[in-house]
Design a protein around this ligand. Structure first.
Ligand code: ADP
Ligand code: MG
Length: 244
């Protein structure tokens, strides 16, 4: 997917400024930057949860011009191609783990319930939670809940999975089990876009790093280059120092 000339303001606050960005398929892009720099707004724009005032957005065969009204059909198409995983999981509290995973495929994609259930068990096995299928969200740890949220997202077969600080609410010992699932997906070449503060993880799994500061892209390139640039680029240096 690709963004060109993206601008987003909240009132007088110009949160994203002339963003040009390519987010490759079958790769892992990690977005980093200080709090309030616009990372979530950028990620949410890709799922149309935010509507930038201007910019072009290309996603597979879809072309969106944010300065024009987006037809409802296109909004649905974008949402089908981009699955969002939130920091606080957003599971349906009154539905079981299994029901959470099959809800979208059955209700939105109109898939056969038995088939969706069969696949849901496979996805739950993939995230290590097959035995929790009949549990409810309040019976899960945060790490388990987030893995269910990832399985639920996978069940929709999106082209990209967007994750906004997926482990920020988790204790370190639970963070690892979520990061392992994400690393597995990255190895399988699932297209991932991850906002995270975990630079150690970013360094391990990112194909490329996008560093955002004050609504602008300060760095966009291969992971190795980002960490190598810290000698030359004081903003990258200061950011990495502040995080580690
Ligand atoms: P990050 O995810 O990098 O911490 P955000 O994208 O959440 O940053 O926020 C970027 C800026 O936009 C911040 O100044 C924030 O206060 C502002 N902002 C985010 N969402 C809203 C909103 N819904 N209404 C008004 N301002 C917002
Ligand atoms: Mg954020």
């Amino acid at each position: 997917m690709k963004l060109q000339g993206l601008n987003k303001s909240f009132g007088a606050n110009h949160v994203l400024q002339d963003i040009d960005l390519e987010l490759p398929e079958r790769a892992t892009t990690v977005i980093v930057g200080p709090s309030g720099s616009g990372k979530s707004t950028l990620l949410r724009s890709l799922n149309l949860l935010e509507r930038p005032e201007s910019g072009l957005y290309q996603l597979a065969d879809l072309q969106i011009d944010f300065s024009k009204k987006i037809p409802a059909k296109q909004v649905l198409d974008v949402r089908k191609k981009t699955g969002m995983v939130f920091q606080d999981y957003n599971l349906f509290p009154h539905k079981s783990v299994l029901q959470n995973v099959i809800e979208g495929p059955v209700q939105v994609l109109k898939r056969d319930k038995n088939e969706a259930t069969k696949e849901a068990y496979e996805l739950l096995a993939k995230v290590g939670l097959k035995e929790k299928a009949d549990f409810y969200p309040d019976q899960l740890s945060g790490g388990q809940a987030q893995r269910v949220a990832i399985a639920r997202s996978l069940a929709m077969h999106p082209e990209y999975i967007l994750l906004d600080e997926p482990t920020s609410a988790l204790d370190p010992e639970l963070e690892g089990e979520v990061l392992k699932v994400l690393a597995d997906l990255a190895n399988e070449k699932q297209s991932l876009i991850i906002v995270t503060h975990n630079l150690f993880f970013a360094r391990q799994i990112a194909t490329k790093i996008v560093f955002v500061e004050d609504g602008r892209i300060i760095f966009d390139g291969p992971t190795k280059d980002f960490f190598n640039e810290q000698q030359k680029n004081t903003r990258i240096h200061d950011f990495i120092s502040s995080m580690t």
